[in-house]
Design a protein around this ligand. Structure first.
Ligand code: AMP
Length: 636
């Protein structure tokens, strides 16, 4: 029966964890072998390959030099500036060594943090790999985040160095990174010693602040030809921190180890993505997200592949751009997000079909729910397996997926298939953590230890790690994904949305608390509730319901419209445009329980035109009438 081999593979990964992962660990180089495959003496903290010494940069770059010095490692394509440049493994090695030397000259050493706030330019990847080379811990912050969000992350990570650029470009418009960074550093308690700036010439006259700011090109010229030996790290030393949104306003620094991450990614390239040395991978994400870390930078390079590094949108100069890159560069593995496919679905299919896509073996999609019609549409159009797979910033690599490298299995539209090897994934009833049956909605959980590659802790806060992720159930210490899921009788899973207040806009995860704090930064706002509502294109969109300190300031439709714009601009400035609510409705009352807890679920249900559910605890029903009226009213 189909799937037998896959089931046996998964079973072994759980029943003989150490044997299984010891085998996978042979996919990467170790300078010194580990003492123990797994040290699980302090649950739920899992230490993989304890005592082993390795280095991510060595495995992603140096070890390929012998066989593929002249093979392209990274192909940069910018449809924003028209730049195109290819770097062989030999050239990548030279660039990374040079940046490593530049960082060392600025005093960065093992264990120091380096915050990377950069557009999608190759120098961003050089910076990440240079950190890995010298044992510094990078923390990449997505370029769409604005000053306040950036400042929060700088204060938490306390970087010695920030690496940035004058500007980025999005849809033809210049995004002034350096201005935003200066604003953020002004807000910070912990100021970085240096800012290393790559000048793209997009923002002439951008502010420079001596002696803190250092020019990349000038310093780089001094370090041309540098050779910096790799720093061998114990497998559990951190490689990076990546901040992600949760239910509080304070983002969590997901901390990743070194050896476990290298092994997990190398194994996933083989068993899940079917990407081998010499192949080409195109992941259409951004280095600011986990997908960018794992499958633009580290995964494909660990496997000796060529990675396409793309700056631009999916529809410029036309919606065929990605597919033309697949044709031109002979892409074998592609990874994108459902929203991008829904955007494409509105266009002429010829934008896809006129290209020769014969090199492409699979299209992988993740980051948000993939609806069945979109899954079917893109599969039919490509005539290739389109694999929906599910994972999180925390896990670093897929939790639910098909694994065509182990055994191809039939695709079920709308389902991210089966638990990946290494994950003892269960669907547990919220009430008592008991196992749910087939077709029963339950919480997606993982019985620890988490496999290699998953977060090792929350940066600087072990207690928060345990409290946040392992304390959903009173009597059972399991990892909660905070997603609802369901499994059918054939073992295929479907994700049904979050159990918490996190929302997902076009695959970008945002905490409603974070958006609320940004809205509240507007002086006229007394109180606000933000909820995510269903959106046909982006999956979800944030909607804000704000109570004003003085309702008279929004007495007329014109005043309301003007204030709504102002509030949106405040969110852009604080959090970034990615968190901007689709609408800001002004109300005089928010629905709360008698104990003062916001009834977000009810607000969300009403905004989506659904039944608001159990309202017995509601303090004042008039609040719900206002939500109903606000969302029913046509746009002012
Ligand atoms: P992030 O950490 O930003 O990658 O967001 C992770 C969250 O995105 C998950 O907890 C899910 O809510 C959602 N997600 C990711 N992949 C999928 C998928 N294939 N299907 C449904 N939801 C997904």
């Amino acid at each position: 029966m189909s799937g037998e081999k896959l089931r046996a593979f998964h079973r072994r990964s759980i029943e003989d964890r150490e044997g299984f992962w010891a085998e996978q660990a042979a996919l990467v180089d170790w300078q010194r072998p580990w003492d123990a495959v797994l040290d699980y003496s302090r649950p739920p903290f899992a230490r993989w390959f304890a005592g082993g010494l390795t280095n991510l940069c060595h495995n992603a770059v140096d070890r390929h030099l012998a066989a593929r010095r002249h093979q392209p490692a990274l192909v940069f394509v910018s449809t924003e500036t028209g730049a195109e440049k290819s770097y062989t493994y030999g050239e990548l090695h030279a660039e990374v060594n040079r940046v490593a030397a530049m960082m060392q000259s600025l005093g960065v050493t093992r264990g120091d943090r380096v915050l990377v706030y950069m557009p999608m330019i190759p120098e961003a990847a050089f910076a990440m790999l240079a950190c890995a080379r010298i044992g510094a811990i990078h923390s990449v912050v997505f370029g769409g985040f604005a000053a306040h969000s950036l400042a929060t992350r700088i204060d938490d990570a306390r970087p010695k160095l920030v690496v940035s650029a004058d500007a980025g470009m999005r849809a033809g418009k210049v995004v002034p990174y350096k201005h935003l960074l200066d604003e953020a550093i002004d807000l910070c308690a912990a100021k970085p010693a240096h800012v290393l700036l790559f000048d793209r010439g997009l923002d002439p006259g951008f502010p420079r602040c001596a002696p803190r700011d250092v020019d990349w090109q000038t310093l780089g010229a001094r370090h041309a030809g540098a050779a910096v030996p790799v720093e061998w790290l114990e497998s559990n030393e951190p490689s990076y921190i990546l901040y992600t949104s949760g239910t509080t306003g304070r983002p969590k620094g997901v901390q990743r180890d070194t050896g476990g991450y290298a092994v997990a990614l190398a194994a996933s390239m083989r068993h899940i993505y079917c990407g081998a040395a010499g192949d080409t991978m195109f992941t259409t994400s951004d280095i600011g997200w986990v997908v960018g870390h794992s499958y633009i930078v580290y995964g494909p390079l660990l496997a000796g592949m060529t990675t396409i590094f793309y700056e631009g949108t999916p529809i410029r100069p036309d919606p065929g751009i990605w597919w033309s890159l697949v044709e031109r560069h002979g892409v074998n593995v592609m990874f994108s997000a459902p929203t991008a496919i829904r955007v494409l679905k509105k266009q002429d299919p010829a934008f896809v079909t006129r290209h020769d896509l014969s090199s492409l073996r699979h299209l992988f999609l993740a980051g948000e729910p993939l609806d069945e019609p979109t899954h079917r549409w893109i599969s039919d159009l490509l005539g290739k397996p389109v694999i929906d797979h599910y994972w999180q910033t925390e896990t670093g690599w897929p939790m639910l997926t098909a694994m065509p490298g182990v055994e191809p299995t039939p695709v079920k539209f709308g389902s991210p298939a089966f638990p990946a090897y290494g994950y003892d994934l269960r669907l547990l009833r919220e009430s008592d953590a008991s196992e749910a049956g087939a077709d029963e909605k339950a919480v997606v959980a993982v019985v620890p230890p988490l496999p290699p590659g998953c977060l090792s802790t929350v940066w600087g806060d072990d207690e928060r790690f345990v409290k946040t992720y392992f304390s959903m159930f009173r009597d059972r210490q399991v990892y909660s994904s905070f997603d609802w899921g369901i499994r059918d009788a054939e073992g295929y899973h479907t994700i049904l949305g979050r159990t918490d207040d996190v929302i997902n806009v076009a695959g970008h995860r945002l905490g409603t608390r974070e958006i609320e704090e940004a809205v509240q930064a507007h002086a006229a706002v007394a109180e606000v509730a933000v909820v995510g509502v269903a959106d046909a294109l982006k999956g979800q969109m944030p909607l804000a319901f704000a109570v004003l300190k003085n309702p008279a300031v929004a007495a007329t439709p014109q005043a309301r419209a003007a204030l709504e714009k102002e509030v949106m601009a405040t969110v852009d400035g604080q959090l970034g445009a990615i968190g901007r609510p689709a609408r800001v409705h002004f109300v005089t009352l928010l629905p709360k329980t008698r104990s003062g807890k916001l009834l977000r679920r009810s607000i969300q249900a009403l905004a989506e035109g659904r039944d608001p559910g159990d309202l017995t605890t509601l303090e004042d029903p008039a609040a719900l009438d206002q939500i109903r009226a606000a969302t029913a009213a046509p746009r002012a």
